[in-house]
Structures are given as C-alpha cells and as structure tokens.
Design a protein around this ligand. Structure first.
Ligand code: SF4
Length: 383
C-alpha cells in the first residue's frame, strides 16, 4: 500500500496580515537591533563564523570569542593553516568543540576547492562540515540576501506562539508548519534583515523564559497572546533526567613539569587536553579512584599529595563533581619514559607556560587555574 503523504500546511495568506507582520517586525528591528560585531560586516566568512558560534552560545557571550577568533583568523586561509590545538584553544570555554573542528575542516575545503573564497551558492555552503539547513539559510540570507528562511530554536519558539501551535515543536508536522510559515512570511527582497529580526525578537522579547508581550511589535497578530496560551507554547518534549557523576583527577608534578594527555578522537571532547582521572567506583574513595585511574590510563603509579579543590561543572545532561589532587610518582619508575597511554592519543610532561597554549574542557581548565593559584604547586615544581 502506498505510504500516505503528509498534508501540506495551510497557507497564511488571507487569514494572517503578512504585510503588517513584515512592516512591524522590520520597523522594530531597525530601531532596536543590537550593535554586534558580526552585524558590522557582510563578509560571508565572518557571517559563517558568527553563525557557527551562535549555534549553541548566547549572543552576548559570543562577542568576545568572535572578535578574538576573526582577529587571529581573518580568512579561511588563515584558519585552514592553523593547528587543531590552536583553534581549540581559541574556542576554549565555548563548549561543543566539534564546531571548532568542523570550522577548521571547512576552511580547508574552502581553500582547496573554492580558491580560498567563501562559496556563494546554497549547495556549496550546505556541503561544508558543520553546516545544517538553519546555518546555510542564515549565512546565505545574511551574507548574500538570498531569499531563504533560517529557522533555529529561537524562530521556532516565536512561530509556535505567533501561530499558537499545539503540537510538540520537535514533531515533523509542527516543523513543516513552521518552515512553511517562514517561507511565506519571508520578504523576497529583504531576507537579510527579516531573518535577523525574527532571531532578535526571539532573543530579546519572545524568550524561552522571559516573554515581554507588552513590548512586542507583533503582539496584535499573535494568536497565543489572543488565546492566553503564551506560557504553554512552544510545547516541548519532557526534560531528560540529569546524570550525576563523581570523579577524581590528578595534577602529576615531576621535575618541574606537569603531566597532561590528549583525549581520543572517539571520546567526549576529542582533541582536548586533560589531567588523568575518572569516575569513582562503588565504595571507592576519590584518592583510591585517582590512583587506580592513573594506573589504568597511563601505567604510572602515583600517590595524591594534597587536595586542590572540588570542581563542579556540567555538560549536556551530566553534572560532574570532580575531586582534584596534586600527586607525585612513586619511586622506582621514571615517569617521563614509563607512561603508556590507554585512554589518550598523546601525553607529555609540560612546563607551566606550555599549558597556556593547550585547550582543556571546562572542568580541567578550572582545575588547572586552581592548581596555578595554589602555593603548593611552586613547591612541587621546585622539588
Ligand atoms: S506577543 Fe508575546 S508571545 Fe506573541 S510573539 Fe510577541 S512576545 Fe511572543
């Protein structure tokens, strides 16, 4: 039996004031758009960098990272020529590091296949690593004023309220409805401002928690506001439960250097550096876990010689409590030659100055900062 085709969403024309919506939204954006560094340029390379950064980072937070990134890598050629370590270091603190790795891979494609010039066709932009339908639409519309929508979570939220959509926002039918509305509302001649205006409305007025309908330029057209359902839109999937992890990590100091290792490509945070350690097993103390993990990961026999701190951090749905220790190698081994890596691709005893050039996941970056501020580190390095 032939599979039933999904019904095309009903058009808005005739039931929704499309011209009024565009005029109000664009007028509001012209008067209220924030001055952001990526809005001062139409350079497609910089627009692309900003869109990748904004995928999982709030605008205010992305500003400094963006400025440092484009100052160091002003074009695709400079980014393509950089080492992965350097790119990850500039990304340190932004999280979701696959974005940085994909940027570098894409820069190499731009250099090798497009002569170093950022592509101007939707297909070529969409083919770059790390570029999905939203990012391609955003880059093409902002950089080239190409008339195609850019629907991210912000825009989905605005449309689910504006049209009072009662289906889960992640359901294919709701997604189709939103995309169809985005195409229909998009003014062909001004996609650049329109897409940015929708995102700005979602960021400043129609937020996930803070909704300021009194200040909203399209409030008169908003169905959720008329029906009193603003707080129930968008309909979100149930939240996933948080997973709590207890772990121990060690800053091993030997002959003036500190041991660090690079995470494997198939692990979380691939390519980032860390201090060895891992999860506590049942009825194991943090110190016991530290000694065991060091042996399993590096074959080095160590002992903790002082607690640095308990560091707490989160990623995705994990909430980590990390017990951080200074430790030293037990006698009878030369740590510089005795380590064998089982959970890392590279390991080294580094001088403190070298560590500043390496990128660490947030928990290990915090542990390193605390260790550097601890007076015992100088004694251990000297000893
Ligand atoms: S009226 Fe309120 S809910 Fe509707 S789009 Fe504006 S801010 Fe969002």
């Amino acid at each position: 039996m032939a599979k039933a085709q999904p019904q095309a969403p009903a058009p808005l024309a005739g039931v929704f004031d499309i011209a009024g919506f565009r005029a109000r939204l664009l007028g509001w954006f012209a008067a209220n758009a924030r001055d952001l560094p990526w809005r001062r340029t139409l350079d497609p390379y910089q627009v692309w960098i900003s869109e990748i950064m904004l995928q999982q980072t709030q605008m205010d937070r992305a500003v400094g990272f963006f400025e440092r990134f484009v100052a160091r890598f002003p074009d695709a050629g400079a980014l393509a020529a950089a080492s992965e370590d350097e790119v990850l270091k500039l990304w340190e603190g932004l999280g979701y590091y696959s974005r940085a790795r994909n940027l570098r891979k894409a820069a190499r494609i731009i250099t090798d296949e497009h002569g170093g010039v950022f592509p101007a066709s939707h297909e070529a932009v969409r083919a770059l690593p790390g570029v999905g339908p939203y990012t391609a639409g955003a880059v093409m519309s902002v950089a080239y004023n190409d008339p195609r929508p850019a629907v991210d979570a912000n825009v989905e939220r605005v449309f689910s309220r504006l049209l009072d959509l009662g289906g889960p926002v992640s359901a294919p039918a709701t997604r189709r409805r939103i995309l169809a509305a985005a195409w229909e509302l998009l003014p062909q001649e001004n996609a650049r401002a329109f897409n940015q205006a929708l995102m700005e409305l979602g960021a400043l007025i129609c937020g996930p928690r803070r909704v300021d309908c009194a200040a909203c330029p399209v409030a008169e057209l908003c169905l959720a506001r008329q029906r009193g359902t603003v707080n129930q839109r968008p309909v979100l999937p149930p939240k996933k439960e948080l997973i709590r992890i207890n772990m121990a990590s060690g800053v091993l100091v030997h002959q003036g250097r500190v041991f660090v290792q690079k995470r494997r490509p198939d692990d979380v945070w691939p390519g980032l550096w860390e201090f060895p350690g891992g999860c506590l097993e049942a009825e194991e103390s943090p110190e016991e876990a530290l000694v065991r993990e060091f042996r399993e990961e590096t074959e080095l026999r160590v002992r903790p010689v002082g607690k640095i701190a308990v560091v707490r951090y989160g990623y995705t749905r994990y909430r980590v409590t990390m017990h951080g220790y200074f430790c030293e190698a037990l006698p009878g081994q030369n740590p510089h030659t005795a380590f064998r890596l089982h959970e890392a691709t590279e390991g080294r005893f580094a001088e403190l100055g070298e560590l500043a050039a390496l990128a660490f996941p947030s928990g290990h970056a915090k542990l390193l900062a605390l260790a550097r501020a601890d007076l015992r580190l100088a004694q251990l390095l000297a000893g």
